[in-house]
Ligand binder design. Structure first.
Ligand code: BTN
Length: 268
């Protein structure tokens, strides 16, 4: 059930965003998952740039069927419904555009430069500060809508202590953590420009920018899940896949669907 804004002054964000992409922002105090709210809204015909934010999620969803810790007031937990004018084959580029939007939004607002671990983990000091779960829905051959779910750790309490080695928060990287409204505003603005590049058939531009920030490219990595291999990540393919040179010298395209990619020496 929708509740009125409590700790977030979403009106500020809404007023600014309405001038650009007509974002409609719904804020709830607590929900299972903002991705779930957003996807339901998508199924019910809600327009592009419908956004759900929550102070707290009780069943936050992560990639590869994992859960996502989302305690109240510790992070920016939100999902954006997009109906981009793109072929279904471009759906794999949206997670990359989303990661770039988060990294750009943080950089613009705070000066903090983040890396991206393919496909869409946002990294600072080799630790994950933000996770992204994109869930696409197709109608026949066409892309109907995508729910872009973003979980940005603002404070230490956002993630469980056992993830100390692999997770971090803006609090641990900055002297002052920006407000959630400003972060949401900045990320939505960057996401709008990334999606604009894709819709304008300028995906090469987006991918070049992505590759520059991607810490996976150039690293020796291990792929597990859908396929098992180790090799050197050489670049990003046209549809967002990771191009990996395996031990036997063949170049393979790894799609982000259900594989996990780790550095051979650790998480990144
Ligand atoms: C990951 O595994 O790295 C992806 C995590 C995505 C978490 C965000 S929080 C907001 C949105 N709602 C969810 O249930 N998940 C995403």
């Amino acid at each position: 059930m929708l509740q009125s804004p409590v700790t977030l002054n979403m009106l500020n964000v809404m007023q600014r965003k309405e001038r650009t992409m007509n974002a409609v922002i719904h804020h709830v105090r607590e929900t299972g998952s903002t991705n779930e709210l957003c996807t339901q809204a998508g199924k019910n015909g809600a327009p592009s740039w419908t956004v759900y934010t929550a102070d707290c999620q009780t069943a936050g969803r992560g990639r590869l069927g994992r859960s996502w810790s989302s305690p109240a007031g510790t992070g920016l937990w939100f999902s954006v419904l997009l109906r981009p004018d793109l072929p279904a084959s471009s759906a794999g580029l949206i997670p990359l555009a989303a990661a770039l939007a988060v990294a750009d939004g943080i950089l613009t607002l705070t000066g903090l430069r983040c890396g991206i671990k393919w496909p869409n983990d946002v990294i600072v000091n080799r630790k994950k500060v933000c996770g992204i779960l994109c869930e696409s829905r197709f109608s026949g051959e066409a892309l109907d809508f995508v729910t872009v779910g973003i979980g940005l750790n603002l404070y230490r309490g956002a993630y469980p202590a056992e993830l100390n080695e692999r997770a971090t928060s803006l609090e641990e990287c900055l002297s002052a953590v920006p407000g959630r409204e400003s972060l949401l505003d900045g990320i939505l603005a960057s996401l709008e420009s990334g999606i604009g590049l894709l819709e304008g058939k300028r995906e090469r531009e987006l991918l070049e920018r992505y590759e520059k920030q991607c810490v996976t490219v150039g690293s020796r990595i291990r792929v597990s899940g859908g396929m098992e291999m180790t090799g050197i990540a050489e670049g990003i393919g046209a549809e967002g896949s990771l191009l990996v040179r395996s031990e036997d010298g063949t170049l393979r395209a790894v799609a982000c669907g259900d594989v996990s990619v780790r550095g051979v020496m650790g998480y990144v």
